[in-house]
Design a binder for this molecule. Structure first.
Ligand SMILES: Cc1cc2nc3c(=O)[nH]c(=O)nc-3n(C[C@H](O)[C@H](O)[C@H](O)COP(=O)(O)OP(=O)(O)OC[C@H]3O[C@@H](n4cnc5c(N)ncnc54)[C@H](O)[C@@H]3O)c2cc1C
Length: 485
């Protein structure tokens, strides 16, 4: 989609959507179908946003697919799971708005748009804390399965002229009436993406919908929002927090900064953060029981490695120095245990050990610790204690302990807790109107999608499907009913 349509600047759009990811496309499709004149502006060369790289897990209760498989489920049960998993830190009202409308979104994707899902789906969970019911779906092509489905009607509406799309165009400001007359947002200021010239355009509209996604691709903003560095470079490149900035400049505010949670970690490619992900060691006991031990920078174990709750493991890592852990093992474990890194053999680990900054090897534990940056005295003591307890009770309650750590060489693999989505988000009410700190809505300004932050939908936990599904759902709600023109 490289052509730039000739946009009449005197047009007053019914709906202007900033961002053509899951949330923006969905808003534009449903608003255009309802007869709105819609302008969509995206900084990228094509639509899709994070769906190009996302896993694309969706979650919804009460779908036609569930019913066809005899699964009884309700949005109330979905919400109860979210509040249980998040320990009541999710925003109950926004989460309810999302889950009580999610089934219609998934029905639209699967039945109307023909999105395929994996044959055994829905499932109860994978990667994240499990739901109490099978309500978790994704397609064979991950996020791109959603993109392919939603892109079809989106492009049809562009071709028919119902949606006008400007790509390679970034929104750098909003136009707004003075606060004294209500502060209504009236339009956007754009320029070609990345341009530094004063070559700006202005587009006017009745409703302005911010759907610009997260902020993970801006390391400085990430650290400001989350209080931890952006360790991983694994986010959509245009997720730079533009909507957060635009919304705040218009009088809104961001919230849920205190709800940051990291994953249980990946091995990064190098030490200069943010760094790409090299591999993701399996830490889910339901997929592979851990033979190794995990220690922190201080050389101490901090969790029973076979702890079944991924949420408990993630929160334990969140408390460790630099959100970092080391997988420590010996040569016999490497030889006899099932592969710990998907698609890697033991020889793949050996080949990197001592040559890659995240893979360390030594003939004794003290040298290993020094090489890896772990407290040496503590690591020696921790391994001795682990070995001594194999026939008795583990101090941390671990039960699966097949081997001691005794056979040189010894290995330490550095794993970094990280996140690929944005926790804090722009504050909105349940009509998705951007609100000021005093709770009053800014007239004409709406927001949805990851711009609202994962904290709103999942609190300080990870609940499967609770970003992509709400983004699509809120777009449908805005387009079919909330927006007026
Ligand atoms: C690796 C990965 C895996 C994920 N897996 C899952 C999952 O399994 N389940 C789940 O629910 N969620 C998942 N997510 C999150 C989910 O995919 C996103 O939250 C969701 O797709 C975001 O949709 P969005 O429309 O809000 O934003 P985006 O998809 O980020 O779209 C925002 C759009 O706005 C554009 N934009 C940004 N700034 C500007 C500007 N100034 N001017 C104009 N345009 C701009 C961008 O180019 C982009 O197209 C994952 C995310 C990642 C990165």
């Amino acid at each position: 989609m490289s052509t730039t349509p000739d946009v009449g600047h005197r047009t007053r759009w019914d709906v202007i959507v900033v961002g053509a990811g899951a949330g923006g496309m969905s808003t534009a499709i449903f608003a255009a179908r309802r007869g709105a004149r819609v302008l969509v502006v995206d900084a990228a060369a094509e639509e899709g946003g994070a769906l190009h790289i996302a896993t694309g897990q969706l979650s919804a209760a009460g779908t036609r697919l569930q019913r066809s498989k005899g699964i009884e489920d309700t949005p109330e049960a979905h919400l109860a799971d979210i509040m249980r998993i998040s320990r009541n830190t999710a925003d109950r009202e926004l989460a309810w708005l999302a889950v009580s409308n999610a089934a219609a979104t998934v029905d639209w994707l699967l039945d109307d748009l023909g999105m395929p899902v994996l044959p055994d789906h829905p499932v109860r969970g994978q990667n994240h804390e499990h739901y109490s019911q099978d309500r978790y779906y994704w397609g064979p092509d991950l996020g791109r399965s959603i993109l392919t489905a939603v892109r079809a009607p989106f492009r049809e509406l562009i071709d028919s002229g119902a949606i006008t799309a400007l790509f390679n165009t970034e929104v750098i400001g909003l136009t707004q009436e003075p606060a004294a007359t209500g502060g209504r947002v009236t339009g956007i200021i754009t320029r070609p993406t990345g341009a530094t010239t004063a070559n700006h355009d202005t587009h006017r509209g009745t409703n302005l919908v911010l759907a610009t996604g997260g902020y993970n691709a801006d390391p400085a903003l990430f650290e400001k929002m989350n209080g931890v560095p952006a360790y991983a470079d694994a986010s959509y490149r245009y997720a730079k927090g533009a909507g957060h900035q635009l919304g705040v400049e218009a009088g809104g505010y961001t919230r849920n900064h205190d709800l940051y949670l990291c994953s249980f970690g990946s091995v990064l490619d190098h030490d200069a953060f943010p760094a790409p992900v090299l591999c993701r060691p399996i830490h889910w006991p339901e997929m592979r029981m851990p033979w190794e031990i995990y220690v922190n920078v201080e050389g101490r174990r901090f969790i029973a490695e076979d702890e079944p709750s991924v949420d408990v493991r993630e929160h334990a890592l969140l408390r460790q120095t630099d959100l970092r852990r080391y997988i420590v093992l010996d040569e016999r474990m490497l030889r006899e245990a099932p592969p710990m890194i998907p698609d890697w053999t033991a020889d793949d680990v050996r080949a990197r050990a001592g040559h890659h900054p995240m893979f360390h090897v030594a003939d004794d534990l003290r040298t290993l610790a020094t090489s890896a940056g772990i407290d040496a005295d503590n690591l020696v003591a921790t391994v001795a204690e682990y070995n001594a307890c194999l026939d008795g009770d583990d101090p941390l309650g671990r039960t699966f302990r097949p081997l001691p750590i005794t056979e040189a060489p010894f290995y330490a693999i550095r794993v970094q807790g990280m996140s690929i989505t944005s926790t804090a988000g722009l504050a909105v009410d349940t009509d998705l109107r951007v609100i000021r700190p005093d709770g009053t809505p800014i007239p004409g300004l709406y927001a949805l999608g990851e711009l609202l932050g994962s904290g709103a939908f999942m609190g300080n936990s990870f609940c499967g499907g609770m970003l992509a599904t709400p983004a699509l759902t809120f777009g449908r709600l805005l387009g079919t009913g909330i927006l007026a023109w």
